[in-house]
Design a protein around this ligand. Structure first.
Ligand SMILES: [Zn+2]
Length: 385
């Protein structure tokens, strides 16, 4: 028995989407699930009690950031990441790979691992599959991710193939180095860029390694939505039905719905917290920039259909005022609402799966939100993780 298990509850007859539950040593959460991102052992602006108020079932921590500051050894001495940040529900940690490739300076990728310079102070570091496991074992997350190379987009076929094959060899090393299988589960990551045959080969190699769950990485890195959906359609059917599937770095409402339709169970993204801090909020009729002048005397809630604490108690005009006066409460309230908006969307998706009507739900949601009905639109610069 692995530390983390997946229970399939119902498959939507209209779409094939999965309603399920993931069980971990720190409790269970319903899927499809959205995981708020707690980059530096904190979901920016939100206390653990507030995260429970918006009904977050699981959050994510970033290995790269926690390794650099305050350091995984310190967090281990504090009793692990759950104790350190006082979050008693499940935590997933990424492998550190994505940030090493996107944030760090002067990185050198070799078979053994990656040498890079810290984006904070320029200090030199080395992360290998073994080191990533050492850090994640020290953090004590319920779900750990294998150290992978996230190939850029666009990426030529030969590079994508070599990178995918190295990711498999790194996954084997991660599995061997993982020291705490009773309390933590390690997920493998399917790579292969936008090439269906590489994705299929990656899925085959990783499922042979029998991980307790699988992520689909290297998507939502700038490719158009229809390419992502196409790759998902060709990848998820190859993954075991009795294990969770996690689409990394996806958090816009259209992608959450379209990913669920293609059999994905877990998602994460900094989008709701990042745009919230900039004064942009989700509504059921599309996004608005609440700090804009036109909301100065708008005394309605951000979204009349939202059930969150912010929408029950504050107006657009007040939140706009807070942003204009640089009061930190403004960005907290916008973040709070955005997280609840996405978590409520996931509740609605799960309900629609249970009722075998997720495609009807998608079409209603897209029409109202103002999305194009055919496929997801490409992410804007602001939306990229
Ligand atoms: Zn709200």
């Amino acid at each position: 028995m692995t530390a983390v298990t997946y229970e399939l509850i119902h498959v939507c007859k209209q779409t094939g989407a999965r309603l399920g539950r993931v069980h971990t040593p720190h409790g269970s959460f319903d899927t499809p699930a959205f995981m708020p991102v707690g980059t530096q052992a904190s979901v920016k602006g939100m206390s653990p009690d507030e995260l429970k108020e918006v009904k977050a079932g699981i959050i994510l921590g970033n290995t790269y950031h926690l390794y650099l500051r305050p350091g995984h050894e310190l967090i281990k001495r504090a009793g692990g990441l759950h104790r350190f940040m006082n979050w008693d529900r499940p935590i997933l940690t990424d492998s550190g790979g994505f940030q090493v490739f996107s944030l760090a300076k002067l990185r050198d990728i070799q078979e053994e691992g990656v040498t890079f310079q810290s984006h904070i102070d320029g200090s030199k570091h080395f992360i290998s599959p073994e080191k990533s496991m050492e850090i994640q074992n020290a953090l004590g997350s319920d779900i750990m991710m294998a150290f992978d190379e996230c190939a850029p987009y666009p990426c030529d076929y030969d590079y994508a193939k070599k990178s995918m094959e190295m990711t498999t060899r790194w996954a084997i090393r991660c599995k061997q180095a993982h020291k705490n299988v009773e309390k933590q589960s390690l997920f493998g990551i399917v790579q292969g860029s936008t090439y269906a045959d590489l994705r299929q080969e990656s899925a085959k190699q990783l499922t042979e390694l029998d991980f307790p769950g699988y992520a689909i990485g290297g998507l939502s890195v700038g490719e158009p939505g229809y390419i992502m959906n196409d790759i998902l359609e060709k990848t998820t059917p190859l993954l075991p039905t009795h294990k969770p599937r996690y689409l990394m770095g996806v958090g816009s409402p259209d992608y959450l719905i379209d990913g669920s339709i293609r059999g994905v169970d877990m998602f994460d993204c900094v989008l709701p917290t990042r745009i919230g801090r900039n004064g942009t909020v989700f509504t059921s009729k599309g996004r608005i920039i609440v700090r804009d002048a036109k909301y100065a005397e708008d005394f309605s809630p951000i979204d009349t259909e939202c059930d969150c604490y912010v929408c029950r108690n504050f107006t657009r005009g007040y939140i706009r005022h807070l942003f204009k006066s640089k009061e930190t409460l403004g960005l907290r309230l916008a973040t709070w609402h955005n997280l609840r908006f996405l978590l409520k969307l996931m509740e609605d998706i799960r309900k629609a799966i249970r009722n075998d009507r997720l495609m009807d739900f998608r079409n209603d949601f897209f029409r109202k939100y103002g999305y194009e009905m055919t496929t997801g639109v490409p992410l804007s610069e602001e939306d990229k993780p």
